[in-house]
Design a protein around this ligand. Sequence first.
Ligand SMILES: Nc1ncnc2c1ncn2[C@@H]1O[C@H](COP(=O)(O)OP(=O)(O)OP(=O)(O)O)[C@@H](O)[C@H]1O
Ligand SMILES: [K+]
Ligand SMILES: [Mg+2]
Length: 689
Amino acid sequence: MSLHKPEPVSLFDTRILRPALAASFKKLNPVELWRNPVMLCVEIASVITLVTFVMSLTGANLEPAWFTGLVSAWLWLTVIFSTFSEALAEGRGKARAASLRSSRTSVTAKLLSRPEFGSAFTTVGASQLRKGDLILVEAGEMIAGDGDVIAGAALVNEAAVTGESAPVVRESGGDRSAVTGGTMVIANSIIVRITANPGETFLDRMISLIEGAKRRKTPNEIALEVLLIALTLVFLLVCINISPLSIYSVTAAGQGQPVSLTVLTALFVCLAPTTIAALLPAIGIAGMDRLFQKNVIALSGRAIEAAGDVNVLLLDKTGTITHGNREAVAFVPVGGHGEQELAQAALMASIADETPEGRSIVALARQNYGFVMEAPPAGAEVIDFSAETRLSGINAHGEQFRKGASDATVAFVKKLGGTTIPAELAEVVHKIARAGATPLVVCRTSEIIGVVNLKDIVKTGIQERFLQLRSMGIKTVMITGDNPLTAAAIAAEAQVDDFLAQAKPEDKLRLIRENQEAGFMVAMTGDGTNDAPALAQADVAVAMNTGTQPAREAANIIDLDSNPTKLLDIVEVGKQILMTRGNLTTFSISNDVAKYFAIIPAMMISVYPQLGALNVMHLATPLSAILSAVIFNALIIPLLVPLALRGTKFRPMPAERLLIHNLLIYGAGGLVAPFVGIKAIDMVIGMLV
Ligand SMILES: Nc1ncnc2c1ncn2[C@@H]1O[C@H](COP(=O)(O)OP(=O)(O)OP(=O)(O)O)[C@@H](O)[C@H]1O
Ligand SMILES: [K+]
Ligand SMILES: [Mg+2]
């Protein structure tokens, strides 16, 4: 197991190039090439010209063998350049997948009979673990499978998955309960409930995703491909019709020769949109790879492309905008109660609460107030926290101990007949909330005892990133279950555009639906179980890797670094993929104009010498003109591979200006480049032949 960040490998490293070269020949198999119909047509053209070459050698074809041979060779190269670019785009991912796979050593697990520390266990192999099994993982041991921590808290080194060696806390109850198989516990012990069968774990999914085994074409790719196939068919029909036309012309003019099969095939390949078709698979794969290098795992290419069009970004507060380890820092009593009394009531309300909030309250009561209680009193009834009730606690000693959101606790007390709400409560709650902390009000049955101050910290550097998002026209909205005052304070500090407070899971879902109905593309980042429904609804759903299993399952993108501003990178790559495709399509199609001028006069000049006037490029001979066009058509593919793999440079400017800018560069460039290129190649051929 490598516990260091894998060094970034250049795409043009020999460790990537060599296997890619081998893979590019394997991809010539028509069964595989079928996925790229335009290139399959070019392969068929290569076979046809190979036949005319053999016929030239045996004298069955009158064209010189050097000509048919070279045309065939360059057509084969055209296909290989395409398969090579795809293999190259896959290369870096394949290399990392291989290293992930080799690092998966056979691990054993301590299978528990009961979900308690100290209960008996049997040692089993990781491959025997099934969903629902409970395992004990102690310091120094590797976690044998994906799961949720159901008891305890531990420091976990996740370098095997994230490449980041700084350990992270994984604990039961809160939004940081998910653990990944193959990561290492380095301190304390946890009990994990296994959530994935062998072969279906996150690491397995990650490996097959990076290897491209599960890659599906995105709707955008399919739409573009339909267009490319249509264009190819049109040119195929044009070329097929030229043959009888030329035979007729020869008869009518009484001179010249009909256009040969080799020339027709060459013309077809030159006119077909081969440049974009050759690079199309590489563009998408390379985009996913660029994100992967930034530790973002996209479960679908569609999600990345949707990110390129996002208008609204919704972010969960705790754990996404803030660090999320809300920690109790003070007990503030109200209504004449003492601090010690409040600490005891808060301790009772939290002793069975496995959330980070609950645990930190227990810790504060023990450390600063001398309590030693370890477990709930015998016979106590535990009331777990839920996002719906926003309360938690226990019923014990004939009293109902609760803590929760201010309004929820006040409502609870009133329901039990409590009539005196301490006058200073509102002021204390407001003061804590205005500072961006979360106030939890504590009660003992119908009596309010005081307030717990839960502090949380906004992640550093988040403001500049939100500013950047704004300049790209993306609105940021924070959604939280917390009270409006805390929400407002955090929203102001993080500088989000808007916020929604006291949001229950269904409110988050509704906000997304409303935005989608208004025609917006919505992205959401979250980590909690209560975020899962909203994540499932969002167009782009980014889950923090530290988040809960339901959140990670509902998402279509997972950020291994758990950094909400990663969305910026995701948007950038999404835009780049869309732009690169558009630009190369423009370039590919505008290329055709020059190819007409190169090939048509050369093809027909023996029949109509007047066509010589069209030979504006003054190419040496008809054969050299056709060959030059074929060579240019092939060479342009490797020349554009770096652009396809790195993506068009991203400029944050309004969409229309960007479109005009790109049309000018790639449209005009596509017009001029082949005139220059074909002329240059023709001159070289002239010197050699
Ligand atoms: N363990 C707990 N016991 C009692 N009340 C809690 C507990 N944890 C949170 N609360 C209260 O419930 C409210 C909602 O918490 P929750 O964690 O569901 O928020 P959320 O919807 O996930 O939003 P965010 O994570 O963005 O803050 C909190 O603001 C707090 O007042
Ligand atoms: K072409
Ligand atoms: Mg949350």
